[in-house]
Design a protein around this ligand. Structure first.
Ligand code: SF4
Length: 315
């Protein structure tokens, strides 16, 4: 493709899906490697403009389970609270790439209405702080939010989904760790707050990112990780084995390996589930069971995440 055409294509990509990369995450890019797994996750690609059948803006129907502002309530005992539409890095594979950074839809309205909904939903035991990235909120905002959530008696657990330890580990300060841990001391329950990070490749496990997670763990917060299986990034068993074992060694529990959702603009990252399962099985043979996450796929309407093995068996 001629260079001017390529540049025009990238311009169209970033108009539709803006680009944002932290200096820290950019520093991890290997500029001599065109297939660098860090680059592929954060640098815009013209393939994001490909329109593929079945790939949609809202593959998990977040907006169809939006009973109150900022809330996605899909499962009976837990719900998502979208704290902010902002992220530190715009991940090119993100299944919410058409929704984040957008003040409409699931992000409309005030936090008051969202917290009123949670207070009235007595079956909810766990609130998952999501976004965007909830740690884009200030310490003051998070402190107030944790305080207000801790006063809702039926909420037993808080879970924070964040990519901040991976893309901007300096955001994890002692003060922030104390705020997140404060959820662990309410209702007399231990380890009430869990932080779920999002490492996808062993090259993201650095001195800085491990130190950020250690700060959280040292403050009493349990840290787990969910990864996404991405074509070109981590679709080989050796990368997966190194990722899972390095996380486990750092005290971070590998929790889920997600099969990617069919989000518009991400088709070039997606493998066939059967190919994903073959990779996972190859990795499984090399990883101690305590380091192995569950390989799952989200099926709209299913009551929980579905193991890919079971999904293929039911096809
Ligand atoms: S940080 Fe999370 S929500 Fe934000 S772009 Fe990346 S994957 Fe999507």
């Amino acid at each position: 493709m001629p260079q001017n055409e390529a540049l025009a294509g990238i311009g169209e990509v970033v108009t539709r899906y803006p680009a944002l990369i932290t200096p820290y995450y950019a520093s991890l890019i290997d500029h001599d490697d065109p297939a660098c797994p860090i680059r592929l996750q954060c640098v815009p690609d013209v393939r994001e403009l490909d329109e593929m059948p079945g790939y949609v803006d809202d593959p998990l129907f977040d907006t169809a389970h939006n009973p109150a502002p900022r809330i996605t309530h899909r499962y009976r005992d837990r719900l998502l609270l979208h704290v902010t539409p902002k992220c530190a890095v715009r991940c090119r594979f993100c299944f919410r790439k058409s929704l984040i950074g957008n003040s409409g839809g699931i992000f409309d309205g005030s936090m008051d209405a969202a917290l009123d909904y949670i207070a009235g939903a007595s079956g909810v035991r766990e609130v998952i702080l999501s976004g965007g990235d909830p740690l884009m909120a200030s310490d003051e905002e998070l402190s107030e939010l944790f305080d207000r959530l801790s006063r809702i008696p039926h909420v037993e657990r808080l879970r924070v989904h964040t990519r901040m330890p991976v893309v901007q580990p300096s955001r994890i300060t002692e003060r922030l760790a104390r705020i997140l841990a404060s959820g662990s001391r309410t209702n007399g329950s231990a380890a009430r707050t869990r932080v779920v990070t999002h490492f996808n490749h062993p090259r993201e496990i650095t001195v800085e990112s491990v130190a950020a997670c250690e700060l959280l763990i040292g403050s009493g917060v349990r840290v787990l990780n969910q990864s996404v299986l991405l074509r070109g990034v981590n679709d080989n068993p050796h990368a997966l084995v190194k990722l899972f074992t390095s996380l486990h060694r750092g005290g971070i529990q590998p929790y889920y390996l997600h099969h990617p959702d069919p989000a518009r603009g991400t088709a070039h990252f997606r493998l066939a589930p059967a190919d994903g399962l073959a990779l996972f099985e190859a990795a499984r043979r090399m990883v101690p069971s305590g380091s192995l996450p569950r390989y799952v796929i989200d099926i709209p309407g299913a009551p929980t995440k579905t193991p890919v093995e079971g999904y293929l068996g039911s096809e």
